[in-house]
Design a protein around this ligand. Sequence first.
Ligand SMILES: [Zn+2]
Length: 476
Amino acid sequence: MKKIIKITIYVAMIILTTSYIMSNDALAQNVEKIELENAKEHLVNGEYKQAVRIYERLLENNPNNIPLLKMKAIALSNSGDELNSLKDFYKIIQQDPNNVMALTGMGVSFGNLGEYKEASNYLESALKEEPDNKIIKNYKKIIDDINIKYRYVPTEKPVSTAVKNNGEVPVWVKSVVSLWGVEKITDNDFFSILEYLIKKDIIKIPKESSFENTKELKMLSWVKGNLNLWSQGEIPNSEFFKNMNWLIENKFIKSDKMKQKSQKELEYEVYLFNKYLRDIKNNISKEKRYIEYSNPSQDVIKKFLRDYVKWNFDQQVKMPSSGFPDPTYEIINDTYIIKYKVYINQQPIGLPLDHVSTLENTFKFWESKELKTNNQKAKMIFEITQLKHEANVWVTWVVRDMGEGVLGHAHLGKGVVEVALGDYTCDGSFQLYDVESVEKIMTHEVGHSIGLQHTKDRTNIMYPTYTPSYAYCLLS
Ligand SMILES: [Zn+2]
């Protein structure tokens, strides 16, 4: 009884405080939060159209909101509407040109339209921002491979008819540069002068003039040398602009001019981009373009379901493991040497991730461990066999419902080992796990098949829970 009373008081208190602070704004925020949760739920259930409708509604009040645009773009792309998805990703890039997620999304969507070169350029820019991002790397690899495989004519990009900035720099700037060269003015003064001249449009720098290899480390003294050559008339203005852009990129000179575009310019960019998309759409139907999707997950799941029996050992899974032959062993120097013969099933066709070769790591992992059996030391040896009937363990990669959140399954001591290739929980469509995650699950399951149970030690491979990473899901 006492307990119930306590709970009632607690609930009443919460209601009181919330209603006390809840203003109209807070109410609106709460409604938005609920809407966002609803949209996310639709998305992960694969109900993309419903999710898009909610994002559209929320964007009405806040049309440039980057997180909303991002979610809407992903939902659109998943529903197969790449053109509209690109429009939203583009809106993000206009506001934030280095947005990794939008750059990656642009790459994926252009790939899904068969514009592989453009796709690769965007992924390249995304990788510049996050060189270690595995998802971007996976996409880049696939798209570059497809680009080599198929011949296609890239859709031409509409050229801006706005007056092209070919660069302008008055001759007298040369004397300012030579003063800096002989250290009559300090670095900081020199940079402020340049900032001022750029701001006042006295120096106009074409954005596209830059050094080819920007990754290479260059020093300020090197730029100083170049500019000195320019002031003496030994190198052309185009070189001056490259060095200016280097100074801007490396933050020696602040230039807001580059970033601030007028509303008109932004609209013109959108106009050109939309024209580009229309041209792509026309080309796709005119050429009857064959498109291989950027994300192989959908293709893999289709092939997997078509050939279900090939990848799944349904009967053997249901069978008790006693139906499998026992591994053989010999005792050398008081140590059991237990030999497992393993039959390895093929991987589904079209899977660009190689899991078979990672089995070697799994086998090495267990072969290097000293285990115990019958209170004696034991060592494992694995041997691959093509003959199912003599194998003690059968290994396969599957996409089947093994139970909620179950990543793999194995019989204890011998029998079938199944490891999940991916699942539907990232963004509502089937998404493959990355190679490292699948290898980890495999090592765990093989552990069971050589007789090991779960442990409570989180750092141990036999710990029962694990969160896999996805190879291509943009929401992860
Ligand atoms: Zn387990």
